[in-house]
Design a protein around this ligand. Structure first.
Ligand code: BGC
Length: 763
């Protein structure tokens, strides 16, 4: 007891000391920036609010480009998507040595899922449900990018997404606010480290604030419109969590919120972000976010720029709206100098926090890239992470893992391509370094089995569609032969094989920005190929590439084995081999619901009940909430994923079945690895508030644990239910819990759950 008291005393002393230190640092920063701003002209202050594209700067021309001239004049606050530490150093030198006040620049980049060592696309990464792994992937991304001069990443993308037609579901962590929040925090910790001052730590930028994932009809950049209840309960939590984790910056979204584009929405950018959540970093627009408001129809460039600044935007990405119009707006009384000062201060504070005023070349060590980028350790970790992101959707009669013997036919348009392995938004990837799936499999089976390859089909029948879906160097080298010829060649190889591995699905650019789809089936020629392969009677394993949930009904009904591999990054070819041949046991679980058809969208597990729910077990009843032509169930539920072993769950034990707002209860199950191989299981906890002052979802994820068990081993898995886990935003947007009965569910996914209940006591 004495020891405990002493411990508490030391802890509180340390907390006070840390707070005092933070206060002293804040004071020093304030004094430094006050002094600097006294010297700045209005033009220089506005210049800090400008983030132009760096596209014109190519090696050797930095000094003479247009942007360089602006940098010299102090009209630029930062640049983005410029690759190469030598280039960045040269440009930084320009700012520091050739502009009047020598203010260093921010260098941003979309380091979304790794740098040259590329990790799985974020949606895939989220399927690992492994926060340590996710944090470490962001840490490595930060080490590599900072080695190459980058000090600011446009990540994490934390937009909740429940419509897989929207291509950008690939860039986020899926449909769930709780899991999304945990991942958001892990990513921020990974990028920013503990201090941000360390030379391997970079500033995170949480995007896209807000509701970008709720675009109507799943069409990118489209309008969003939702109740405040839904915003606060379902869509806001990951942004808020990232801010609480200390994220230094936020990116405004393209869409409107409540009829006002987010970029000009003062309620969002000031009331919610700063007043309610206490955010004290800076806000950048998305690419041309300001000038696009002219198209939105809320004013000309001068007016929309003024509205953005007044709403709380600090940095203008690419629109040139601030540099071109703010001076005029001051004269006309549309903005004040104080508002410009406020924004300028926030940008300077970010630079101060990054340590750029102490050492503007902190991120420009020309020796670092050769040690810190694409290192063997980073690649080994990426291989492990990729395997952890894959989701085994079906495995009839344990077809997988495959034996390393005989002849393996590798067929499909994704089987022999490098550029598509890394997935969308991998700006820094070096495609030549990425092995194809064929190379990965060949290396794995060398000397033991034979890999025979045929492309089998193009990506889609329509050439123009394929072109749109393979932009940015993601060419799939369209084969000029006819569909029939390609198919015949594949069938010939298939006939000679013992097993067929079909590498099919989407190209990497079929998801991501501006890559939305209204038909989520496997594209025409690929489906025909797959059906033909099945009709050979050989066992077929589908290695399925996609950046989103798709409709796989036929595949689920007819194929013996399906492994969803998303886009696993630079080491994914090796990782796929690891899983196919059983070196790694798959453990990924879906973080978005997979629909049976596009008409079911939006479909997500945490839905409301309606007044006319369909009775369990039925798939149609007149005057119930259902469809005539398809049942209400998804193809694969949220949280679903198989393993090469089987896990069994004991029954739920509650420490007690009542709790108060001061107390807590524990819920435990015994988890057993009942199969023959070692493996990991994600044990999931869901709660349902049975009676609320407003309607509540049928279940909500509130906890999860990833447990590794050797074959035959058991472990008791315990969750502590705290009052906070029962809270939600009520009609008045107060964050409360309400006394009453709660269902508590534990299981392997959002569908296969055991249930018990407890009561929250109170008035
Ligand atoms: C995207 C952002 C990205 C920005 C800068 C925009 O088009 O919406 O997510 O960070 O470009 O590349």
């Amino acid at each position: 007891m004495k020891l405990r008291k002493k411990g508490l005393f030391v802890l509180s002393f340390m907390l006070v000391a840390v707070a005092a230190l933070a206060q002293a640092t804040d004071n020093r920063m304030k004094i430094f920036i006050d002094k600097l701003m006294e010297k700045m002209t209005l033009e220089e202050k506005i210049g800090q609010l400008n983030l132009p594209v760096s596209g014109e700067i190519v090696t050797g021309t930095a000094k003479s480009s247009d942007v360089a001239e602006k940098i010299r004049k102090g009209e630029v606050g930062g640049l983005f998507n410029l690759k190469g530490v030598d280039k960045i150093r040269e440009v930084q030198k320009l700012a520091v040595e050739n502009s009047r006040l020598g203010i260093p620049l921010l260098f941003g980049m979309d380091v979304v899922h790794g740098y040259e060592t590329v990790f799985p696309i974020p949606l895939g990464l989220s399927c690992s449900w492994n926060m340590k792994t996710i944090e470490q992937s962001a840490r490595i991304a930060a080490i590599e990018s900072t080695a190459d001069g980058i000090n600011w990443t446009f990540s994490p993308m934390v937009d909740i997404a429940r419509d897989p037609r929207w291509g950008r579901v690939a860039e986020g962590s899926g449909e769930d606010p709780f899991l999304g929040s945990e991942i958001a925090k892990a990513m921020v910790r990974g990028y920013q480290g503990v201090a941000l001052k360390n030379k391997t730590e970079m500033m995170a930028c949480v995007k896209h604030f807000a509701l970008y994932g709720a675009a109507e009809a799943g069409r990118d950049y489209n309008t969003t419109d939702m109740s405040h209840l839904k915003m606060y309960n379902d869509y806001f939590p990951p942004y808020k969590a990232a801010i609480q984790a200390g994220a230094g910056s936020i990116m405004a979204s393209f869409n409107e919120v409540d009829g006002i584009p987010a970029t000009a929405n003062k309620w969002l950018m000031t009331d919610v972000l700063r007043k309610q959540w206490g955010f004290n970093g800076f806000v950048v627009t998305d690419f041309t976010g300001i000038s696009e408001m002219v198209e939105h129809g809320i004013g000309d460039l001068q007016n929309v720029s003024a509205r953005a600044l007044n709403a709380g935007i600090d940095l203008d990405m690419v629109s040139d709206g601030f540099v071109k119009t703010l001076k005029k707006s001051i004269l006309e009384g549309k903005v004040t100098v104080e508002t410009i000062d406020r924004a300028c201060r926030r940008i300077l504070e970010a630079k101060y926090k990054l340590g750029l005023f102490d050492d503007p070349y902190k991120y420009c060590d020309l020796n670092r890239p050769k040690y810190d980028i694409f290192s063997p350790e980073h690649r080994a970790f990426a291989r492990q992470v990729a395997a952890e992101s894959f989701v085994l959707l079906k495995n009839e009669n344990n077809l997988l893992p495959l034996q390393m013997t005989g002849r393996i036919a590798l067929i499909g348009p994704l089987a022999n391509n490098r550029a598509n392995m890394v997935g969308t938004w991998s700006v820094a990837a070096v495609h030549a370094n990425v092995p194809t799936l064929m190379e990965g499999l060949q290396q794995a089976v060398a000397g033991k089995a034979q890999i025979m390859y045929a492309k089998g089909s193009n990506l889609v029948a329509d050439t123009a569609y394929e072109k749109r879906a393979t932009m940015f160097g993601r060419d799939l080298h369209r084969d000029g032969r006819s569909d029939r010829e390609l198919l015949d060649e594949a069938l010939k190889i298939a006939e000679q094989s013992d097993v067929i591995v079909a590498a099919m699905g989407e190209s990497s650019e079929m998801s991501g920005e501006s890559s939305c789809r209204t038909n989520l089936d496997l594209p025409d020629v690929q489906k025909t190929l797959l059906q033909a392969l099945m009709s050979t009677g050989k066992p077929v394993v589908l290695v399925y590439f996609a950046g989103r949930p798709t409709t796989l009904n036929w595949e689920q009904a007819n194929l013996p084995a399906i492994l969803h591999v998303w886009f696993g990054g630079s080491e994914s070819a090796y990782a796929i081999a690891d899983v196919l041949f059983g070196k790694t046991n798959p453990s990924g679980k879906l973080t978005m619901t997979f629909p049976k058809n596009v008409g079911q969208i939006p479909i997500y597990y945490a839905h409301k009940n309606t007044g006319r729910p369909l009775p369990e077990g039925k798939w149609f009843e007149k005057f119930r909430s259902d469809y005539l032509d398809v049942d209400n169930e998804p193809l694969y539920p949220f949280g679903y994923g198989l393993s090469y072993t089987q896990f069994s769950y004991g029954s739920i034990e509650l420490s007690r079945n009542t709790m108060t707002n001061q107390g807590s209860i524990t819920a435990s199950v015994v988890l057993t690895n009942a199969g023959k191989v070692d493996g990991s299981e994600v044990v999931q906890l869901y709660l349902h508030d049975k009676v609320g002052s407003v309607t509540r979802p049928v279940k909500e994820l509130k906890g999860f644990q990833k447990i590794y068990l050797k074959a035959g081993q058991s472990q008791k898995v315990t969750f502590t239910i705290t009052p906070d886990m029962l809270k939600f935003y009520n009609y008045d947007l107060q964050y409360v819990s309400e006394p009453g009965e709660f269902d508590l569910m534990i299981g392997a996914n959002s569908r296969d759950l055991q249930k018990t209940s407890f009561t929250l006591q109170g008035k």
